[in-house]
Design a protein around this ligand. Sequence first.
Ligand SMILES: Nc1ncnc2c1ncn2[C@@H]1O[C@H](COP(=O)(O)OP(=O)(O)O)[C@@H](O)[C@H]1O
Ligand SMILES: [Mg+2]
Length: 288
Amino acid sequence: MERRTKVIAIANQKGGVGKTTTVVNLAAALSARHRTVLVVDLDPQAHATLGLGLEKQQGISLYPVLIGEKPVEEVIQPTKWNNLNVIPSEVDLAGAELEFGVREDRLEMVREALRPVRESGAFDYIILDCPPSLGIVMTSSLVACDSVLIPIQAEFLAMDGLALITGSIDRIRASVNPNLELNGIVFTMVNMVAKLTQDVMAEVRSHFGDKVYETVIPRNVRVSEAPSMGTPVVFLDPRSKGAESYRAFAWEFMAKNPTRYEVRPNESKRDNPEPPVAANPATDAPVA
Ligand SMILES: Nc1ncnc2c1ncn2[C@@H]1O[C@H](COP(=O)(O)OP(=O)(O)O)[C@@H](O)[C@H]1O
Ligand SMILES: [Mg+2]
């Protein structure tokens, strides 16, 4: 069967909104459902790299690929979980904003760097973890992807932040990447009891309609503890609220972004709120 790789950027110019946490746990939950996933860590802070249990290593990132020193295949690292791979980040990427600002192909550079791996069809999903700015790395990630997933917190001025990033998406669509889509908006670190939360969520839903994912990710202490263990919370504590909600989110995501597998009707999250835990011990639990 033909395999088509979907490239999704997870972006928001604001830091601390749950981008990396969403990248790591969406990727983990998808891999546990037998989807092959490549996470590309484009933030020099390398939190996605560390959250997936890898160390930062000089020369192992997209940077040497961007400067034409290495083929992309050489920087793809396996994690200790099946189907889950990563192109790590390193400090060299921090210089990219300045260094690449003058490159003529700067907008296309991430797309071109990833082209061979995308065209190989080796992955169902390539998920880009963007740095928190509207700089050149994030912009070229928007050029490289099919769609952008925006994690946001339901707080004061959420709509203003959304206007900034959707404005960027519109500009890129009007110029370099006419096929670029808004994948969706997902609420993170939600505290359902707060009145402001309810109001902001209602406002965002009324503007963006079905682009807003039904699943919301609650604030959950296990989610914030997982990065220090180098393990996605969906593997570390599958029964926690955070893990449950990221799994449910992954179901909704797969249904909206099908690849070679169809999500069968009886696989919807309502019929099947939790995937069978031991369906595949090799992918549902750490190997090491
Ligand atoms: N659902 C959650 N519950 C509790 N803490 C969370 C949750 N999501 C993210 N965090 C914590 O919030 C901080 C910022 O999240 P992160 O994913 O790194 O944001 P970003 O990548 O947008 O900067 C991190 O310390 C992370 O562990
Ligand atoms: Mg981050």
